[in-house]
Design a protein around this ligand. Structure first.
Ligand SMILES: [Zn+2]
Length: 394
């Protein structure tokens, strides 16, 4: 049976607002689970002075991979490691990386080790996400979350304390993978490991949107960026709400019909902080008040937009007209956390050189097959539009 792999990098079932706990004036979060980006732990990341030692590295170690293989099959482990290394090489040959990007990658049986077993023949293929995100003030005066891999590349004299890894990645040995160099041809039900890894690493570099229904992931009714809450949030305790914070990716989201930046909608939604204040009796009190506010109407409109085909795009730096935007995935209805918005439009790009970041990839095709279907773009698997996105992010 032919089945598509499920990419669940940013999927979640947790209401993060209840889990947020901020300890320092700089907002940093570690994301320990590559399969659930919304699982996050606040960390102290006060500014440190950049060490001169990390300033220059030779060009061949720009992608440093710590690989752990949970399998006894050494040949298989070697193939997986090679897959990670090749994906890293593709990325370093495409985008300019000043400070090396570090990855903690593992390959093991999710069912045996984590008790995460396949349901209805759908195997979780694996995922990757930024190990740490850091809120930084942008040039437009708006605070946004950056993945650590991007923050590292910024020319700060003093930078926030970094965690040991930029990207966490884990892949499931239960998934039926085909590897470059395998003796046999790819089978209809197999997925090309390198293709999956490359896709996930691009998410780890910042290709993901913050827009979600943080109050109901399963049945979304309105979308917002990430709610930022001060102090420890407990069910029956007073709550201090600081507004909604976008990811850096969201700065470039535009409504294709009007060219309006989605960030303007965030600004309107965030006026709730000025109008209703920051203090709420309980988290529930906040949710009730937010949902009955005029600002919530904007959230509902945003959900409608994000579930209307060809409604939202990513407008790269130096592009002016919405016609130059990369169309994002907004055909899925209901909105699907982890698939909607944080990918390029499937129908528009699946048969082009920008196939890599569609929300699903049909099995039975290798990375090479996708590339030749896309017209053998000379720049490799990272197509021209995706390059623009990555360049824009930093
Ligand atoms: Zn994805």
């Amino acid at each position: 049976m032919k089945h598509s792999l499920i990419f669940i990098t940013i999927s979640t079932f947790l209401a993060t607002i209840i889990l947020t706990h901020q300890t320092s004036s700089i907002k940093c979060f570690d994301h320990p689970n590559p399969l659930n980006f919304h699982q996050k732990i606040p960390v102290n990341c006060e500014f440190a002075t950049r060490s001169l030692k990390t300033k220059r590295k030779s060009s061949n170690d720009k992608f440093q991979i710590k690989f752990t293989c949970g399998m006894d099959d050494k040949k298989l482990c070697d193939k997986v490691q090679k897959g990670f290394e090749s994906a890293g090489q593709i990325i370093t040959s495409t985008i300019s990386i000043e400070i090396p990007i570090t990855i903690d990658a593992s390959f093991y049986d999710f069912c045996k080790t984590d008790n995460q077993c396949s349901i209805d023949n759908n195997v979780v293929a694996g995922g990757a996400n930024p190990a740490r995100t850091i809120a930084l003030m942008d040039e437009d005066g708006v605070e946004r979350y950056y993945p650590q891999a991007l923050v590292k590349q910024l020319p700060f004299e003093h930078h926030p304390n970094f965690g040991p890894f930029d990207i966490l990645a884990k892949f499931n040995s239960e998934a039926d993978y085909w590897f470059e160099g395998d003796d046999s041809q790819i089978k209809p039900e197999q997925a090309d490991f390198q293709l999956v890894v490359l896709h996930e690493l691009v998410h780890g570099l910042g290709f993901y949107s913050s827009w979600n229904d943080f109050f109901d992931f399963v049945n979304p009714k309105g979308l917002t960026p990430i709610p930022s809450v001060e102090g420890e949030v407990k069910e029956n305790m007073e709550m201090i709400f600081n507004g909604f914070i976008e990811n850096i990716f969201d700065k470039y989201l535009v409504i294709l019909s009007s060219g309006e930046h989605a960030s303007n909608i965030t600004t309107i939604i965030n006026t709730i902080v000025n109008e209703k204040g920051k203090f709420y009796e309980t988290p529930k009190d906040f949710i009730v008040k937010f949902k009955s506010s005029p600002q919530y109407l904007q959230s509902q409109i945003m959900l409608q937009t994000a579930t209307t085909p060809f409604a939202l795009g990513f407008l790269p730096k130096n592009a002016n007209s919405p016609s130059e935007a990369i169309v994002l995935e907004t055909t899925l209805n209901p909105y699907q956390t982890g698939s909607s918005l944080g990918h390029v439009d499937y129908k528009t790009y699946v048969n082009t050189s920008d196939f890599l970041m569609t929300y699903k990839q049909d099995s039975g095709l290798t990375l090479g097959d996708f590339m030749s279907i896309g017209g053998n773009y000379t720049g490799g698997p990272i197509g021209p539009r995706l390059r623009q996105v990555l360049k824009t992010l930093g």
